[in-house]
Design a protein around this ligand. Structure first.
Ligand SMILES: Nc1ncnc2c1ncn2[C@@H]1O[C@H](COP(=O)(O)OP(=O)(O)OP(=O)(O)O)[C@@H](O)[C@H]1O
Ligand SMILES: [Mg+2]
Length: 243
């Protein structure tokens, strides 16, 4: 169920801007790593390259022994990586259940027609993130930010990933909602899920990770225990605003 994710010498340029600058790191099977850094550091761009939504300028990405960096996004999802989005991206016109179904659907129309919905699995995923059965018929417009983040988690889990990339899962949440999402991540960690988690909420992030990586302007500035990374002089200057 778990796999090692490794990025090697990853570079991403948007015109003259280097969003990822020779970045090399790995996340071991079953490990949970926090990816931190200031706004614009390139955290989300790492995720979009791992998923194949943006093609790297150079460098490679491996899942286990396989290089995935030239595969389509759908093929990478089948291999077992999936992500949540910083800005939740539900399909607005359809229900919570149907949004989860989109995640459950194989990526070709033929299977979608022949397989049909799997209401038990939809309910299971909805309940796993804290929805009740009555929430299944609600539409995204009726959901709070906390509920939208829960839906992002359910959609991500629906693809049966071995590595989950979580982008700012705590942003805009109440303390109660943060606790709920944290519990869910902890449960999945206990089951061996591999995580790479981006969060500006360091207090919420700390208990969820085994290690932290800090980046600034696309390049790694620290990699180690959370305490060491937070105490690092470069991290304090670039991110935490301390001299
Ligand atoms: N599609 C794009 N085209 C051009 N530039 C982009 C694109 N996506 C991101 N960038 C730029 O790349 C840099 C890294 O952006 P990214 O969104 O990865 O940062 P981030 O660390 O996720 O920031 P935040 O904490 O604000 O979410 C920024 O300078 C951003 O403006
Ligand atoms: Mg981001």
């Amino acid at each position: 169920m778990s796999a090692r994710l490794a990025v090697t010498k990853l570079v991403k340029r948007f015109g003259g801007l280097t969003a990822t600058d020779d970045l090399t790191f790995s996340v071991e099977p079953g490990e949970s790593v926090g990816l931190i850094g200031p706004n614009g550091a390139g955290k989300t761009t790492v995720f979009s390259q791992v998923m194949g939504e943006h093609r790297q300028t150079s460098g490679t990405i491996h899942l286990g022994d396989e290089e995935i960096s030239k595969l389509t996004t759908a093929a990478r999802i089948r291999r077992g990586v999936s992500r949540t989005y910083q800005v939740p991206r539900p399909f607005p016109e359809i229900s919570v259940a149907e949004n989860i179904r989109v995640g459950l659907m194989p990526d070709n129309v033929w299977q979608m027609i022949t397989r049909g919905p799997d209401p038990d699995r939809e309910l299971e995923l909805a309940e796993a993130v804290g929805f009740s059965a009555s929430d299944l018929t609600r539409t995204p417009a009726e959901l709070s930010m906390g509920d939208l983040r829960k839906l992002e988690m359910a959609r991500t889990m629906a693809t049966a990933p071995s590595v989950m990339l979580l982008d700012e899962v705590f942003a805009g949440l109440t303390l109660g909602e943060i606790a709920m999402i944290s519990d869910l991540v902890q449960k999945m960690r206990a089951q061996g899920m591999t995580f790479l988690i981006v969060s500006h909420d360091l207090k919420a992030l700390e208990p969820l990770i085994d290690r932290a990586i800090a980046i600034d302007r696309g390049a790694m500035i620290a990699n180690g225990s959370y305490a060491d990374v937070i105490a690092d002089a470069a991290v304090r200057t670039s991110y935490l605003g301390a001299a």
